[in-house]
Design a protein around this ligand. Sequence first.
Ligand SMILES: Nc1nc2c(c(=O)[nH]1)N[C@H]1C(S)=C(S)[C@@H](COP(=O)(O)OP(=O)(O)OC[C@H]3O[C@@H](n4cnc5c(=O)[nH]c(N)nc54)[C@H](O)[C@@H]3O)O[C@H]1N2
Ligand SMILES: Nc1nc2c(c(=O)[nH]1)N[C@H]1C(S)=C(S)[C@@H](COP(=O)(O)OP(=O)(O)OC[C@H]3O[C@@H](n4cnc5c(=O)[nH]c(N)nc54)[C@H](O)[C@@H]3O)O[C@H]1N2
Ligand code: SF4
Ligand SMILES: [Mo]
Length: 740
Amino acid sequence: MHTRRDFIKIGSLGLGATALTGGVANLVIGASSTKSTGTGLRKVPTYCEVCFWKCAGWAHVTPDNKIQKITGHADDPQCNGRLCPRGTGGVGMFSDPDRLKRPLIRVIKNGEQTYREASWEEALDFIATKMKEIAAKHGPESMALFNHGSSGKYFTHLLNAFGSNNVAAPSFAQCRGPRDTGFELTFGESVSSPEVTDIRDTRCLVLIGSHIGENMHNGQVQEMSEAIDKGAVIITVDPRLSTAASKSKFWLPIKPSTDLALLLAWIHVLIYDDIYNKEYVAKYAEGFNELRQHVKNFTPEWAYGITTIKPELICQTAREMANAAPSTIIHPGRHTTWYGDDVQRSRAIAILNALLGSWGNRGGIFFKEGIKIPDFPRPEYPKPAWSWQQTLNGRYPFAKEAVTNTIIEASIPAPGKEHMIRGWIVSGTNLIVAVPLQKQLMQAMQSLDLLVVVDTMPMEITGYADVVLPECTYLERHDDLRATPHREPTLALRMPAIEPLYDTKPAWWISKQLGERLGLGAYYNYKDFKEVLDWQLKQVGSSLKEMETIGLKKLPRKSPVYIEPGADYKFKTATGKIQLNSKELQEGGFDAMPVYKPHPQPEEGFYRLIYGRAPMHTFSRTANNRNLVALMPENSVWVNPQVAELWGLRKNQHVWLKNQDGVISNFSVKVRITERIRWDSVYIVHGFGHHHKPLTYAFGRGVNDTELITRVITDPVMGGTGMRGNFVTFLKTEPKKAKV
Ligand SMILES: Nc1nc2c(c(=O)[nH]1)N[C@H]1C(S)=C(S)[C@@H](COP(=O)(O)OP(=O)(O)OC[C@H]3O[C@@H](n4cnc5c(=O)[nH]c(N)nc54)[C@H](O)[C@@H]3O)O[C@H]1N2
Ligand SMILES: Nc1nc2c(c(=O)[nH]1)N[C@H]1C(S)=C(S)[C@@H](COP(=O)(O)OP(=O)(O)OC[C@H]3O[C@@H](n4cnc5c(=O)[nH]c(N)nc54)[C@H](O)[C@@H]3O)O[C@H]1N2
Ligand code: SF4
Ligand SMILES: [Mo]
């Protein structure tokens, strides 16, 4: 369309300032069957969308249609009746005055690119016409989707029906991809979400970086405190004294990037001190002799020189794990794209779990069970002529899901490029903050024929769209049933607590409207999503009516939670056995067993940039949520006192961070001087430092780690982008530079 896609600041256009069209004022929804509480409040079932743990709960709605509060569902094993601070504050997503209010289309006015408001008809017609043009010229495969969260499913359906399966998410290649791949290669399956870790009944929990408590995945945090109350030993490996580390019997303040050496030393101790679970390994694992040979020289003394963790401590913690086995969990982590050898680190974690006999035992890793929700009747999807696998160009042979980076790469034209992406739909992901390959991302976005962003907020990504589609928030819509497998199968319903504010629409509706315009009406054989939900629920012995009243339904398990005594369990690997020595990896040209390889360390005056979560925020998703901004308005940079002294830094002083490539943070950040961080690293919480002015609350608060992550180390096994190989130094005065 345009030769260049200028970044447009939506808020500066004075759009959407008109009165509400729907919603609070003139609300009528057929929620008569939802629960009345006797206080005049209606309780409407929902599940939370503030993060992806998806706690089931209730929106409490007043007679004049205000959401008074949101509470957890007492029967939900993922939240046990309690929401985390973010879930409680979720209503702030709905009431945010900065929300996107109506569709916007990029136009040129007085020679400048800007947005103008459009009707849904116009916006949808525009997109459908462009998609048809792209398909006619390059094939339907040239449309790609980036997504995160509930809405992604409807656009995946749209693209699949259109003839493309180029569907990617940062929650794979920038998050859990390496862990899933490492566990699949070892046990034949991944640990899912919610993770199948039996933390509630564990006797020893080992956290490698996982900062549970700051990583606020609800049920998991609750289970960890339950385990602590029951006397479980917690061992936390983290260069920072995280909340979890502060609750641990052992804190191992490891030199960052060296975890694999520690893991190999633990494997060594378990095997050579003869304290591994021999019976389990003999029965369920293969490759033990090779593993034994492999780790022969990886002694605690060897690891000490690399990790700075004392040999006695390595031995002592290994014994703790063995004493508690098989009720021991070496936590697989979740955000695992750290150093580019992350599949191998995840493999080492998986191997440790295998040696302890955790998988399939109480207090280790349980067998999940869920309810399979059938697809609403639809025609078969067409078979695409090519798919995301072709964008790998022979790299990353163990990528099980599309890799964001290669889809982005495929969107940059180059002579002779065969598999080209020409159009994007981006739903529920702020790629500008989530994907570290910013240069490539910008280049790709400038080259597209179509860029559609579906979002609830004017986040950075929306400023690059040709068309912005405002979705209503989770409190204003129906969505797919939550049927995540867990210890017990459950079903949870999300329905609108109130009618959508402004001119916003649910993603299921947007997808259907686009589908119909693209001649794909047969894939949307319903008028309202309620028909889909009711049909699906009836297939599994419930109904929409029932779920509107109860919100969540538990169903009985059909299979055991753990391996039963005397039973013979087959793992989902090719041979049915746990793969200690991975032939698959070997055949793919990789190390069959993990090998520690040193990583670059900071130069003098630079510190490793590490990042993580804060309990009251979810990435950039909540950065503008008034309820949560009140709890934590900005991030700070954690600096060790030794370093602060060296640099003459004071508490709360504002500094700018500059990385190894000379990139300087957009904004300044407060210094937090604390012994809780190693001297060789600094720490910031991800999700701050927004430069998009329409985010009135989030704008300019703190620094954004992503802009300082200009170096990534891509995992050759599955394409994950290791993001912790960046180093920063401090600037004490405001640097002269062009502001965004
Ligand atoms: N530098 C750095 N990068 C990271 C990380 C990091 O820690 N540091 N973390 C990585 C990890 S673990 C992950 S999982 C990814 C996550 O990164 P993303 O996939 O980007 O996840 P979110 O920040 O949750 O997505 C935010 C977008 O969803 C929009 N949104 C919120 N609710 C809705 C809704 O109901 N409908 C629609 N359509 N949109 C909605 C928000 O307004 C926002 O634009 O980032 C990864 N990238
Ligand atoms: N409140 C809240 N909770 C969340 C989220 C959120 O946005 N907000 N996001 C959710 C999502 S999508 C994800 S993926 C998870 C991510 O959360 P996790 O998977 O638990 O954590 P990571 O991001 O891998 O790691 C962060 C921790 O690693 C430490 N660390 C840094 N470098 C190293 C190292 O070299 N070695 C070791 N051992 N540790 C190191 C940091 O100090 C920090 O404590 O959180 C989830 N939970
Ligand atoms: S953990 Fe918190 S934010 Fe995440 S789904 Fe549950 S209540 Fe919502
Ligand atoms: Mo994640």
